[in-house]
Design a binder for this molecule. Sequence first.
Ligand code: DGY
Length: 330
Amino acid sequence: MHRPRVYVTREIFPDALDLIEKEAELEVWPEDVPPTPEQLREALSGVDGALINVMDRVDAVLLDAAPNLRVISQVAVGLDNVDVALATQRGIPVGYTPGVLAKATADLAFALLLATARRVVESDKWVREGNWEIAHHPMFWLGSEVNGSTLGILGLGGIGLEVAKRALGFDMKVIYHSRTRKPEVEAELGLKYTTTNKVLAQADFLSIHVPLTPETHHLIGEKELKKMKPTSILVNLSRGPVVDTDALCKALTKGWIAGAGLDVFDPEPVPKDHPVLGLDNVVVLPHIGSASNRSRREMCLLAARNLLAGLRGERLEECANPEVYQALGI
Ligand code: DGY
């Protein structure tokens, strides 16, 4: 029996690989460093299915080099690295992993928010560097209070919604703007829908959860940062280019906003000499929003199931371009 060929572009959880191996011939990129575009083209040149990562760019050049490709399965919810419209044109379903990572990512949004507000990283470093000489002082290490403040959310998808739920446990007032208004969520959780400008102006904490698209590229720039409160804190776990990094550095230096918690950068990895790394009012993480054992394993398993469904000519459990099914007659 013909077994399809599959390429997995990064090491993933072994049980996800086992699942794939039951039905396909499997090859895995052996290094931690991502393949270059040329290496990726070569790796995918004869395969039927590809299980990919957010750092792998899927464009016309790659698809031309992979004429047998019948399914692309990404281990992530964000798909800004994949030309999904082109995949649709070519009849290739694109799998992704929404849902299973929303809670872990929202947990981390709160970790960043709290760490930035209460200066957790900065004071930890200060203690370790041997600076703690006065046991306690009423005016030392003051930060912003999270409970009772206003959280503004941009993008109320799966992750934004989980962030809102956590905020309610901190007695926060939650306002949001999203492509699609969610009246049922507003009624259930007491969230308030408003314009982006009002979210910017009223939020004590701004948490960004929009996908990166041409419309959201530099959604937050100088103009927007100037609308925010000087006491406010921005948290970004979406994609780096949603925020104009130069404008953000300016805002943090000039005091247009008080701080930022960043899990994503433009570019990634953030260059070692980037000015943002020199700022004390910023907490930085290396794009680990979904990096809990449970979520990452579930993402890998879901991506494996998406891949196998595509190879069998079936509908994917989570497909980013279901319009492709019509052309495929499934
Ligand atoms: C996603 O799912 O898009 C994350 O950024 C990658 O873990």
